[in-house]
Ligand binder design. Structure first.
Ligand SMILES: CC(C)(COP(=O)(O)OP(=O)(O)OC[C@H]1O[C@@H](n2cnc3c(N)ncnc32)[C@H](O)[C@@H]1OP(=O)(O)O)[C@@H](O)C(=O)NCCC(=O)NCCS
Length: 408
């Protein structure tokens, strides 16, 4: 059966969210619905209708994402993907994905990104893991930093939410350009997603604490954390949860973390989404005692290969010809030549025989510098000889691994 598919009007948002609630097992709360409306982009939504009722949903947040070289590119942040339990496994998601990716390309964006609820869903649509994330749990007794760890001569200060409203967006704007995969935030986003800080969204922890590191009177880094106080048999058993940390340099990073790790009455410090090359693990004296769990992070889909690859800078000089076999999105795959250098890159279509053959998933793995062509080849997912694989790893690699601290 053919279902109607279209974007929704503002007035249909409640039904849209209700479909999502049924798929995820969440209740709809009128207060949160209204807050969410402020960042919802109705014109970029897609809903599938059966007999006039919404049975499938997908949305997009329009982001600017950093790619290697401190370059920002327009990026579709895919979100609110759901299919009503009564209608699952009939191809509704596949239809939504095909239409959504075509619309992303038509709008001129070269990439889409998302957080996947399950890792088995999006590969078939050409999304690949662009970065991994790590959950860290640092026990109180092993929170010590190495003797030679960096000194932080600046001032670490807790600021009020009103001060944070001014200081954090300013600092974030520049600092997020240092990390591939980081996305920009609009004023509304800051308000609704960070400062609203509703008790329902605190997971049993207290409200946000905003910590800044200043040198020469300027904010050089900030960290946001929550606390949960507890005692077990009169022994302090509190938890600190770090929700995000951005810094301009290592002194700020060291200063912020030294403060958090030193807090009293704490048993564990948790960092829910550390990066793949997390510096903290190199600062700790006994990093083995930190509990770590590595997961897939952001999934990425390139819908315009020439544009996406011409936007970033590369880890080395080189020219490589590759073929992308894309069975999902017509007109995206083909043969490409990439001229790469640390100053930038040019990617164009070619007829030349490829040195590497891969799918859109694997290209997404490599795109932000967080993948390994050699590793993918050893898993049978990229074809190419040792020279081409080494070259791909040299040029696609970057000295800062991708990290996205935004959940959407
Ligand atoms: C995930 C979800 C959107 C899939 O929707 P759907 O309409 O059932 O998906 P489709 O029918 O288009 O499935 C396409 C293919 O993906 C597979 N697939 C889809 N969801 C899957 C899942 N969760 N696990 C394993 N396979 C899945 C289907 O089996 C099908 O495979 P096939 O082509 O080999 O037959 C839906 O199950 C859902 O709403 N789940 C709960 C909410 C959720 O997880 N949303 C995603 C947020 S990131």
């Amino acid at each position: 059966m053919e279902y109607e598919m279209r974007s929704i009007a503002d007035a249909e948002l409640e039904e849209f969210r209700r479909c999502q609630g049924l798929a995820f097992g969440n209740e709809i709360n009128p207060e949160h619905l209204e807050a969410g409306r402020q960042v919802f982009e109705a014109d970029r939504s897609l809903a599938v209708f059966d007999h006039g009722q919404i049975v499938g949903t997908a949305g997009i947040f329009s982001y600017e994402m950093t790619v290697p070289g401190e370059v920002s590119v327009p990026t579709a942040g895919v979100t609110m993907v759901s299919v009503k339990p009564t209608h699952r496994r009939r191809g509704i998601l596949s239809g939504l994905m095909r239409r959504q990716l075509s619309e992303v390309r038509a709008r001129g964006e070269a990439v889409a990104i998302l957080w996947a609820s399950e890792s088995v869903i999006y590969g078939r649509f050409g999304y690949g893991v662009a970065m991994q994330q790590e959950l860290l749990r640092i026990p109180h007794e092993y929170r010590g930093l190495r003797d030679d760890s960096v000194l932080a001569p600046g001032r670490v200060r807790l600021i009020t939410q009103d001060e944070a409203r001014v200081a954090l967006p300013q600092a974030h704007g520049g600092m997020r350009l240092l990390t591939p995969g980081a996305v920009g935030r609009s004023e509304k986003w800051w308000e609704v997603r960070i400062f609203r800080d509703h008790p329902d969204h605190r997971g049993g922890f207290g409200s946000n604490n905003y910590l800044v590191y200043e040198e020469d009177g300027l904010v050089r880094g900030y960290l946001v954390y929550r606390r949960k106080g507890d005692f077990q048999d009169w022994i302090p058993a509190g938890t600190v949860l770090v929700t995000e940390c951005f810094s301009e340099h290592v002194r700020a990073y060291a200063g912020l973390w030294r403060y958090v790790l030193g807090l009293d009455l704490v048993k564990t410090v948790e960092y829910g989404n550390a990066g793949m090359d997390e510096p903290l693990l190199w600062m700790l004296e006994d990093a083995r005692r930190t509990e770590r769990k590595r997961l897939d992070g952001i999934w990425l889909r390139i819908v315009d290969i020439e544009k996406a690859l011409s936007a970033r800078h590369y880890g080395g000089e080189g020219r490589i010809v590759f073929e992308v076999r894309d069975n999902f999105l017509n007109g995206t795959g083909g043969r490409f030549e990439l001229e790469a250098s640390p100053e930038g890159g040019v990617c164009r279509r070619t007829d030349t025989a490829p040195e590497l053959v891969l799918g859109p998933e694997e290209l997404a793995n490599l795109y932000l510098g967080g993948g390994s062509a050699g590793g993918l080849a050893r898993a049978g997912r990229i074809q190419g000889d040792a020279r081409a694989l080494a070259l791909a790893d040299r040029i696609f690699g970057w000295h800062v691994l991708p990290h996205c601290q935004e959940h959407f």
